[in-house]
Design a protein around this ligand. Sequence first.
Ligand code: ZN
Length: 186
Amino acid sequence: MTDDPTASATTEPATTEPGTTGFRANVDELVANNLRYHESFGDGPLDVRPRRKLAIVACMDSRMDIFDMLGLAHGEAHIIRNAGGVVTDDVIRSLVLSQRRLGTEEIILIHHTNCGLEGVSVDEFKKELEDEVGIRPWWALEAFTDPDADVRQSIKRLQLSPFVKYKDHISGFVYDVHTGLLSPVL
Ligand SMILES: [Zn+2]
């Protein structure tokens, strides 16, 4: 970190391929950005409970700004993200807290086109890891080939979970990363 927190704020972004020569960590620039964010920060009074009583489960994809693409403001919804936007045990954990302690009653699932998890060979991926580190991953990769089918699978998992309390308002969408448009999954 530099002494002047704004010193690196205008430099070029880091290369997109970590591990390759020339990679430069982002942290100093982001901390400087945050200092400016803090200077005009006005969200202090927001309640911990999302105002729209809404939780969104979405892929971690860097092209999806969930608040922006849905016209959401800070404090209005929980956003729970992982690779694929898959309903895992940990997503259930977050949703259960969201519903039972923080007042949400609606769940929206968002997968997308051109997902990094789409079409990945689970066997190859796990073998690659096992060959490299000596242990086969015990967790599911949750790769898929059809994002619509995967949304349906995720909705079923929610509906079958005994821990999810509010199931009357669950919907799923696939976001097109080339057009910015959401398509409902029926
Ligand atoms: Zn994705």
